[in-house]
Design a protein around this ligand. Structure first.
Ligand code: MYA
Ligand code: JJ1
Length: 388
């Protein structure tokens, strides 16, 4: 069934439920001298290229490949439209390797036809912090699908990760592969219900009119929590402490240091937004919330071309109830003109989704580890990792 994935060091369907297998790496590292030195062979019309995201020209080529060929919903009504600034942010975290930003070009035209990326990350699995690659943005041009290019690209990124002496990876996909460490549900909170209904993202509920729907989703004009403000550079140490402590309760979560927090969580216009609660009395930082900006192209609508979506990222509460904190996140997202606020049922998100009028989407997200076995799958609430 999975001719490629059956050959890879990942949990296999035949082993699901077999708790005799040990947790940890599936196969041991090899000597670096034993890692294949040459790239894998592509069909003869194609060649490898390393994509330098510093180059405006290359970044535009990647942007256009993804804009036209990346992930769609199951009815092909929407397609992710990651911005160039977002791609630069996502692909250049602390310690990144340009060699892990891999493209495939047609030899004759030099057109970019496929892409896959890795970025380094430290991910804690239960008590162990493991150096991993986070693999993302796997994309093959629509005209070149089903030619088994994806397995070659996955093997090539694996080789280049191995050359840096890293032997594990984390990734997500909308499709079921061998075998998820957990499966998450997407939830959606309408901010601009009229537009969402007009473009077919959502539907008018039973016994609902447009004006009742608009009223249902109305939000206050400004956040309610005293001391709620945007995160700044000087907050990085306090946010790092808060986040590390909070994430320690989940079975799988990133091991963020101050450099990581500065990169991944300091606000970047139209890419990532972060807010915190600073106690008006003690000036202590007690709570934190964040979301990233990922618009989708609306395929074939006369009126609208883009859906502006915010995605819940990392949220931490110690004093403000999570429900109140996330309501404030919805309020600032609405102020910033997002049409919808999306969240997965990871971490403690289930405690606010229904009350804050999120509804379940038609999409799921499966999380995977490469060359690392878990004894059994996690509940989505045991997962403390959000990939972009
Ligand atoms: S997930 C986002 C993936 N991208 C899209 O969905 C965009 C739209 N779709 C496409 O561009 C193509 O359909 C893709 C497949 C490129 C997805 N992850 O070449 P093929 C397997 C892993 O004939 P195509 C993301 O970016 C499939 O089961 N494998 O197929 C994370 C089959 O294998 P098998 C996938 O449709 C990516 C084989 O590929 C996926 O032309 C993580 C068919 O190949 C998928 N999303 O191209 C990658 N979809 O026969 C893994 C299909 O065995 C990283 N397949 O069933 C692993 C860790 C590597 C680093 C390790 C370091 C130590
Ligand atoms: O966005 C998604 N679904 C939407 C749109 C559905 C359009 C028809 N298929 C959805 N809308 C309902 C919203 C409604 C609002 C009011 C309350 C009730 C709900 O369900 C889905 C997620 O649900 N998105 C996708 O399918 C995109 C692909 C998801 C897999 C992503 C793979 C990630 C790549 C790895 O890096």
């Amino acid at each position: 069934k999975h001719k490629f994935w059956e050959t890879q060091p990942v949990g296999q369907f035949k082993d699901v439920g077999d708790s005799s297998l040990p947790e940890g790496p599936i196969e041991p590292p090899t000597l670096l001298s034993e890692v294949k030195q040459e790239p894998y062979n592509l069909p003869s019309q194609y060649e490898w290229t390393t994509c330098d995201m510093d180059s405006e020209e290359t970044c535009t080529e990647v942007y256009n490949l993804l804009k036209n060929n990346y992930v769609e919903d199951d009815e092909n009504m929407f397609r992710f439209n990651y911005s160039k600034e977002f791609l630069r942010w996502a692909l250049r975290p602390p310690g990144y390797y340009t060699s892990w930003h891999i493209g495939v070009r047609a030899k004759a035209s030099k057109k970019l036809v496929a892409f896959i990326t890795g970025v380094p990350a430290r991910i804690r699995v239960r008590d162990e912090v493991v150096k991993m690659a986070e693999i993302n943005f796997l994309c093959v041009h629509k005209k070149l699908r089903s030619k088994r290019l994806a397995p070659v690209m996955i093997k090539e990124v694996t080789r280049r990760v191995h050359l840096e002496n890293i032997w594990q990876a984390a990734y997500t996909a909308g499709v079921v592969l061998p075998t998820p460490i957990t499966t998450c549900q997407y939830w959606h909170r309408s901010l601009n219900p009229k537009k969402l209904i007009d473009v077919g993202f959502s539907r008018l509920g039973a016994r609902m009119t447009m004006s009742r729907t608009i009223k249902l989703y109305k939000l206050p004009d400004s956040p309610a929590t005293p001391g709620f403000r945007k995160m700044e550079l000087c907050d990085v140490p306090a946010v790092t402490r808060l986040l590390r402590n909070y994430l320690s309760q989940f079975a799988v979560a990133p091991d963020f240091d101050e450099n990581d927090v500065e990169h991944w969580l300091l606000p970047t216009e139209d890419v990532v937004d972060s807010y915190l609660v600073e106690s008006p009395e003690t000036h202590e930082i007690t709570d934190f919330c964040s979301f990233y900006t990922l618009p989708s192209s609306i395929l074939g609508n006369q009126t609208y071309s883009t859906l502006k979506a915010a995605y819940s990222y990392y949220n931490v509460f110690t004093k403000t109830p999570l429900l109140q904190l996330m309501n404030d996140a919805l309020i600032v997202a609405k102020q910033k003109d997002f049409d919808v606020f999306n969240a997965l049922d990871v971490m403690q998100n289930e405690t606010f989704l229904k009350e804050l009028k999120f509804g379940p989407g038609d999409g799921q997200l499966h999380y995977y580890l490469y060359n690392y076995r878990l004894r059994k799958a996690l509940k989505s609430s045991e997962l403390g990792l959000v990939l972009l």
